[in-house]
Design a protein around this ligand. Sequence first.
Ligand code: CU
Length: 206
Amino acid sequence: MSGSGYRWMTGGTDAPSWMRGRALPGYMMGSTGDAGKVMGALFADAPGARVSPALAARLGAQVPAGATASRARNRISFPGTSVRLVVLASPSGGPAETFRIAGLVDPAIVVKAHAHVSIEVINADPGTAHGLVITATSARPSWMPMLTARPAFPGSAAWFLGNPTSAGMHAATLGFTVGSPGTYRYLCPVPGHAQKGMTGTFTVSA
Ligand SMILES: [Cu+2]
């Protein structure tokens, strides 16, 4: 680890401003035990890509080019080896603590073996951090997946995106190449969120 990285973690004065100067919202006073709310506020001013709420809503409802979305099966399938999709974390107008993909709630995602996958994750929740990890196991997630979830493929994780601000909603893009056929799981790594519903299957088909 670099020296400057270490000083950031220990609160050095050369830490970027978004990491400094904020009171921990409620957590230290015991008014909230929700780690996601604390992380969401702490990372609200973090650098990185932003999208407007209007664009996020449009992207979250859109079926990506080349994909087939089945509402009846709650599934989105990609027949080709180039996969691009957008995932909204907990947007308004639907069940809380879920992902929205092509207008579907936590759909099964099916891609071809060896496909190149690009996933844009947008935190559309005003009050809580969210993230997205494709994990190596298809088992039901634990309360604290951040401690146990191993990304299934190199690059298949965006751990924590902060709360939206007037600058827009935080967005991160995961890029990875899937391997052989198998069944995996996508989930939000913030404690409790996957168990509340922020999860679905990610299948690599032959
Ligand atoms: Cu979450």
